[in-house]
Design a protein around this ligand. Sequence first.
Ligand code: GLU
Length: 419
Amino acid sequence: MTVRVRMAPSPTGFLHIGGVRTFLFNWLYARGHGGECLLRIENTDTSREAADSVGQIEESLRWLGIDWDGEMRFQLDGADRCRAEAARLVAEDKAYEDDGAIRIRMPKEGVVAWDDAIKGRIEFPADQLEDMVILRSDGRPVYNYASPVDDWVDGITHVIRGDDHVSNTPKQIVVLQALGAELPVYAHAPNVFGEDGKKLSKRHGAVSVGEFREAGYIAPALMNFLALLGWAPDGETTIISRDELIERFTLERVGSSPATFDYAKLDWMNGVYLRDLGRDAYADALLTFLLEQGSEWDEARIREAAPIVQEKIGRLGEFADFVGFLFGDVAPDPALLDETVLTEAATRLETVEPWDAATIEVELKALCERLGAKPKTVFLPIRVAVTGSRISPGLYESIELLGRDATLARLRHGASIAG
Ligand code: GLU
């Protein structure tokens, strides 16, 4: 049996990161089994006009590195098939007309049950299920009917979706049984919650793929992080490449308790991925990111600055704050400046040769000795005068990159405004 799964987003605004985690599980499962992964937009309750939303869904998945097989499908396109099958169900007395709508008969006794690949056996007493409207009186199929019809028509073998769909599953199973279709394997993945145990929302931080992208997370790190929301290959491994994820992902190792979205862990993981990039790949990632942000900073300058921040920042979005001093004026806080230190530093750096980080380091350390002062009291005012901030990339590298003229000008200006 060839594995065939589907990602089935509703086109309602942006793609929520919890849903993306579930799509990732589908995709990993399909790719790990040489199967197919379809993208089906569930627009029965909305409409095709949600074009913006559909574009965003495609863009978000692509950016993350999740692809799909064949053309994207739209659930509403199956509406005729849904109506034809409903007519058949009525003819077979498995469904009936009620006020112009069509209802399907639910079993009156026993249980509707399935062996969930993640949650184990789940049973719903049949007497809790009401005969369900499958076609509204205007002929539109409802979600709980259109979805299993599509699963059947599309030959879906595994329905991997969020926990919140568990209560829909017995209804969809009844539909499939009435149609005479084989049941897919159902796997309900745990919800993703914030650290307060509440459904992940804007209150917790970024929730759409676009927001994570804008903050400067990179796709491989986000994919790795999402895969670990509810799944783990073993008790320890945290850094797992895309290929290894595909190879190692199993439904058996998806837990059933809610997954917690730990933003600090994502920051850490993104930093690991960023530091692991080769020098050029890092600069490329940074440039692509900055261009997407509409940055007009000089490309060559960005490439020069990339190495001095690579070890320092966890998100590409931190770059601008961190090295803004290389691209424009600074406004140092006079209270943090020191006239003597800055005047002396300017004098020593005026003639130093060659102008490189190592030589600048020797010179500034000699300055500490000469002033009989601790490095901290010397380096802080210099750092603030040159970079405008207490926090910067390495001081010597920063000074080297800024260049002699600009450095001297900033040191002298700093000395003149020190308060
Ligand atoms: N459209 C549903 C959602 O976005 C998915 C339902 C399903 O996978 O069957 O949660």
